[in-house]
Design a binder for this molecule. Sequence first.
Ligand SMILES: Cc1cc2nc3c(=O)[nH]c(=O)nc-3n(C[C@H](O)[C@H](O)[C@H](O)COP(=O)(O)OP(=O)(O)OC[C@H]3O[C@@H](n4cnc5c(N)ncnc54)[C@H](O)[C@@H]3O)c2cc1C
Length: 486
Amino acid sequence: MLLAAAGFAVTVYEAHPTVGGRTRRIELGDYRFDCGPTFFMMPYVLEEIFAATGRRLCDYAELKRLDPMYRLLIGQPNGDPVVINATQDIERMSRQLSAIEPSDGPAFERFIRDNRRKLEVMTPILRRPIRGLADFLSADMLRAGPALRPWQSLYDHLKGYFKHDGVRLAMSFQSKYLGMSPFECPELFSILPFIEYEYGVWHPIGGCNALTQAMADAATEMGTSIRCGEPVERILFQGNKACGVVVNGTEYRHDHVVVNADAAWALKNLIPDALRPRALKDATLDSKRYSCSTFMMYLGIEGEVDLPHHTIYTSRSYVENLKDIAERGTLSEDPSTYVCNPSRLDPTLAPAGHSALYVLVPTPNDKPGHCKVDWEQSKAELRERTLKQLESVFGITDIRSRIRAEHLVTPADWKSERIAHGATFNLAHNLGQMLHRRPQHRLQGFDNLWLVGGGTHPGSGLPVIFLSSEITTNLMCAEAGVPSPL
Ligand SMILES: Cc1cc2nc3c(=O)[nH]c(=O)nc-3n(C[C@H](O)[C@H](O)[C@H](O)COP(=O)(O)OP(=O)(O)OC[C@H]3O[C@@H](n4cnc5c(N)ncnc54)[C@H](O)[C@@H]3O)c2cc1C
């Protein structure tokens, strides 16, 4: 959209038969599901992209604000889970937390105030390319410095606010959005829970996939050619300058190549190793850390399901579950699990009187040497374990007899979709792989070759991949000497 608005003639080669990537629609008969994202946050970023092209997002998609934003079931080693209905009503939220631990309600209000300031100072960093120390040590960063302690983990940072372990989890499980554990995720990401409470959690009617479809519609209106079912086999080079792509054996010449495929996968598979600088060679990419993966169940259910839009259960052995995922590469007896029940709010997703249920279980990624799970063999066991959880933890007692459609996805399936190691949330977001240490928007070592999406700065998640598209557009426009539409 942005490049078309800047006057470039754009062709999108999309490997899948449909648009959207991880944010595409899955259809099972009359049931419709989001493949990946279900939480839409910071809608203002996408609004500004539509505005830059002279359009309004509201003319293309209908957004519903959720209240409560989600229900948290925080598993306890002994006894029932602690229940929190997360709401943007800060007073109501504070009262809920005080009922769990008297000092945690007032601490929440302080946390929100502090993070408002933190996001303010971090915003310029999120919106700019960070190509090296010079960008990193810019005036913005120095201004941000006193508010940031990037060496501290998110969880340790929260100890400075909250006494109750469950409340700390309520303000840190969001690190899972980056595929990371709160015990290793840098404290910079305390802005994630803040962003939810400040800007809300939204459901686009039709699901988040309606947004990528809306973007495809807008881009097409501007003359972009979107060629679905056309996987790029390799990028063409003259020396180190990208000059086109090969698709189904045919060479297509282009002045610039912008790679939106999973960055680690694309670097390894579309660009010869010999051309890449050391930082991007196979051996270096293999030594990187990758996010977790997910086991997914998409279920068409007869009848209503008595659950809020989003319900997140955190394991009663949370620390062990995280170790299984990140260190041991094994499955857990009682994993954290997330269930989305969107058809109560959005009747476009299931036939009348039915429900379209989305279930996500974080798992180890499929990196060789790390993953101990044979996904094909474990699939039936994972399904059974998850159904048991839906009955015992989420209270859907009669679910088995009501399943009318079903689709399962394992980390091996994600991997087969050209996602490196099936790591659904890209390269991990530890400090050593953030900012200028991620593959860069103007790919280092090349000319006319650009990156966009979750593998580059700022990272994984819808709002930030949209920010990355703004950064790439600004850099390309500057290099081509044309005004940016932003
Ligand atoms: C299960 C799951 C749940 C998530 N939940 C949330 C959430 O609730 N909220 C949120 O904000 N984020 C969420 N995310 C993260 C979010 O989906 C990603 O950050 C984002 O979609 C990544 O976008 P991308 O453009 O980088 O990659 P993708 O969406 O993967 O897009 C890459 C595109 O490139 C195409 N491609 C790959 N190789 C080729 C090739 N050789 N030739 C042509 N095309 C190719 C792919 O088919 C794909 O369409 C979730 C992700 C997953 C997987």
